[in-house]
Ligand binder design. Structure first.
Ligand code: OAD
Length: 319
């Protein structure tokens, strides 16, 4: 039997797992598709190539060591795009869900509404996105974890220096060519693979102000690198908390092929979760069971509808 596709049926199940004394426990895993409706390119599939490069081939320490200027131009361009994009209704709906479930948790006396800096409440949104759009949609901090870091952070390639929330665009004069296009589809010399990339000397790239020797690099997790251990422990504690059931596992706009992120889907399923995939790609529904849901649509359109019984209509969200 194929997965279910009916929004009313999902809403009914959601309502039946909520009562004045219980709040559903929901885990979400988000990926680049959530930001597609904001005009940001995904990593895989249509429009995924950047100057004939697979983005995933640039997201490695080896690529940075080999050609730091190329990798910096790629990330400076993604940062420029992210700063010029706006959160869409998918981001806003998830942020509102975080707020509403936190209020419901506090009201029904289950506690865990999220203490200072900790993960709290019955909703946890794990995002692989580094674009900052969740935060700009005012997603409550205690219900959001950035699995792959943030494109707005810069850190030293060698020492522990990290600079958070750097909004400079361009990042430095040498990276200005990355800040010249106005959208991911508009033409810019940087995006035209037939035009050689500008020559940039390593001395012109951002350097660490602390050790004063090494290059700064984007504050994102690259392939082959470990995710933040403390964050992973927090997530595990939330998942395993009091051996509770997880009611829903939302898989939103992600190909769910990158680990450890993708592994959370199986963990949630083992804890009883109904898996809910939101993705326009037919293949994203592979492996779903008849108790699961597959919404083959854009996240910005479907998320507000799925959770309307809890979060109300977009015009009612706290913005
Ligand atoms: P991918 O580019 O692999 O997948 C994006 C998914 O979004 C695809 O399954 C698309 O079908 C789907 N999609 C496209 N438009 C959508 C829309 N409007 N609404 C919903 N879904 C849509 O991106 P991620 O899964 O995020 O990691 O990639 C995971 C990680 O791999 C990234 O964080 C990055 C990447 O390489 C690192 O850099 C370490």
């Amino acid at each position: 039997m194929p997965p279910k596709t009916s929004i009313p049926e999902f809403q009914h199940l959601l309502s039946s797992s909520s009562s004045p004394h219980t709040t559903p426990k929901i885990l979400a895993l988000c990926g680049a598709g959530l930001s597609a409706a904001s005009g940001l390119p995904t990593f895989r599939g249509t429009g995924g190539l950047w100057r004939n490069h697979e983005p995933t081939s640039l997201a490695t320490p080896t690529a940075f060591l080999k050609d730091p200027a190329l990798v910096w131009l790629f990330y400076a361009w993604r940062k420029h795009m992210a700063l010029n994009a706006r959160p869409n209704n998918g981001h806003w709906a998830l942020a509102e869900l975080g707020r509403k479930l936190m209020m419901m948790t506090n009201a029904d006396g289950e506690g865990g509404g999220g203490g200072a800096g900790g993960v709290g409440g019955r909703f946890l949104c794990l995002t692989q996105n580094v674009d900052g759009l969740h935060q700009r949609a005012s997603h409550p901090e205690s219900t959001l974890r950035l699995l792959h870091g943030s494109i707005l952070d810069m850190r030293c390639f060698d020492c522990d220096y990290i600079q958070r929330n750097n909004l400079s665009d361009p990042i430095c004069p040498a990276l200005a060519p990355a800040s010249s296009s106005s959208s991911s589809t508009s033409s810019s010399p940087l995006l035209d693979p037939s035009i050689p990339i500008p020559e940039i000397d390593i001395s012109e790239l951002p350097h660490c102000p602390e050790c004063k020797t090494s290059l700064l690099r984007p504050g994102v997790v690259w392939f082959g690198e470990a995710l933040d251990n403390d964050m992973l422990d927090e997530v595990d504690d939330w998942i395993e908390k009091e051996d509770e059931k997880i009611d829903f596992m939302l898989v939103i706009g992600t190909a769910a092929v990158v680990y450890p992120a993708a592994g959370y889907v199986g963990e949630a399923r083992e804890r009883g979760a109904v898996v809910v995939v939101v993705n326009p790609d037919e293949d994203a529904g592979a492996g779903l069971g008849d108790g699961d849901f597959f919404f083959r649509a854009s996240a910005d359109e479907v998320l507000p509808l799925l959770f309307e019984p809890i979060i109300g209509k977009p015009e009612e969200y706290v913005k």
